[in-house]
Design a protein around this ligand. Structure first.
Ligand SMILES: Cc1ncc(COP(=O)(O)O)c(C=O)c1O
Ligand SMILES: C[C@@H](O)[C@H](N)C(=O)O
Length: 373
């Protein structure tokens, strides 16, 4: 019987705090489709200020935030967006920009640090002289932090392995912004975890987003709100985004109930992100000491850790996940050999130590079984 649960599946799994529940219960609300919900307006005003943009719009999810943003920028048939081959928009959003928006994706390889080589981005921009045959490039998308880790090619040694949650520097982001402007393109940043990047880099969110024409910021990840994201940009961009949000069914009525919780998250949890990162590093260092696991501790910059179960472990990643679950440790299996763990504010240092002890037992235990002793 599981007496203790340590939920490391994602930073999307947090439960609303008592303060969030109280704020939800007492939220001032009105009809947000008519732009009258006071709590939504309060959150949007604050998020516009924090991100340094003219306006903001609450959306039900980060996926909708990205979809609406791409569709506003690429509102002409035949549009193309340049994005990372390992980015969330391209892998985890059901291809929505194409299946719903008719926007063509043109991927550029994500490097282990989450960037895309700028010369490869520029090479991917379509030559307008070829418009009779080419799609038209209108948008570049970045992701900060870069959630997914690049696939560790076979034989990579641990100090070459990548990890998730990598931060894009402000210098890099500015360079991509300059490239976009040079070619008359827009820049969107999937900032689901932009607050993690800000805390890890010691750079304010508004500075990390300065070069972007739009961004999508998740409140329901490390900040711990139960629901929602906010997209930010110019007033004109947000006006178009509001219409598209309604088109997609994202216009909600008394949404202030959710925005009130998001405001608590914004006020109370940003500074907790640093602890998440410290606990991630602590967990990564502990995992790195366990025979049979391979990861690159140096690549753990924020709250996401990817590691591989290597052959010496004599246990598959699948069996390890099942074994851990029997001890209340919930993780996410990403591939036949790869596991992801994500830290958040509802994971304590004691949880980290308990998790490490369960990993050690699971891996050592399996070896004993193998040897019949
Ligand atoms: C980098 C990134 N962008 C966007 C999203 C989408 O957010 P949501 O799950 O709220 O749709 C996620 C994950 O949830 C994410 O990790
Ligand atoms: C899986 C993915 O969609 C989600 N953003 C997560 O990181 O948990």
């Amino acid at each position: 019987m599981v007496t203790r649960t340590v939920d490391l599946r994602s930073d999307t799994v947090t439960k609303p705090t008592e303060a969030m529940r109280a704020a939800m219960a007492n939220a001032e609300v009105d009809d947000d489709v008519l732009s009258y919900d006071p709590s939504a307006l309060l959150l949007e005003t604050e998020m516009a200020k924090v991100t340094g943009k003219e306006a903001a719009l609450f959306v039900p999810s980060g996926t909708m935030g990205n979809l609406v943003s791409v569709l506003v920028h690429c509102n002409i048939r035949g549009s193309e967006v340049i994005l990372g081959n390992n980015c969330h928009i391209h892998i985890y959003e059901n291809g929505g920009i194409s299946t719903i928006g008719g926007v063509h994706p043109r991927t550029v390889k994500n490097n282990d640090d989450g960037t895309m080589d700028i010369d490869l981005i520029e090479a991917a921009i379509r030559d307008p002289r070829g418009e009779i045959v080419f799609p038209t490039t209108r948008l570049i998308c970045l992701e900060n932090t870069q959630a997914n880790s690049s696939v560790m090619s076979y034989g990579m040694i641990s100090n070459q392995c990548s990890c998730g949650g990598r931060c894009l520097s402000v210098e890099y982001t500015d360079k991509v912004g300059e490239l976009a402007k040079k070619h008359g393109l827009k820049l969107h940043i999937d900032g689901a975890r932009i607050f993690n990047a800000s805390i890890a880099l010691g750079v304010p969110v508004h500075r990390l987003l300065q070069a972007a024409d739009s961004a999508s910021v998740c409140l329901s990840k490390g900040l711990g709100a139960p629901v929602g994201s906010v997209i930010v940009g110019s007033k004109s961009f947000i006006a178009k985004a509001r219409i598209l949000r309604k088109t997609l069914g994202g216009g909600m009525r008394q949404v202030g109930i959710l925005c009130a919780a998001a405001l608590v998250a914004l006020h109370e949890n940003v500074l907790k992100l640093e602890d998440d990162h410290k606990k991630a590093k602590m967990l990564a260092e502990g995992l790195n000491q366990i025979k049979g696991l391979r990861l690159n501790v140096a690549a753990v910059e924020t709250n996401i850790i990817f590691f591989d179960v290597v052959e010496g472990a004599k246990i598959t990643a699948e069996k390890l996940c099942k074994n851990l679950e029997q001890h209340g440790i919930l993780v996410m299996q990403e591939s036949p050999v790869r596991i992801r763990v994500v830290l958040h504010h509802q994971i304590s240092e004691s949880d980290v130590q308990y998790t490490l002890s369960c990993f050690k037992q699971a891996l050592a235990g399996r070896v004993r079984e193998e040897n019949g002793n």
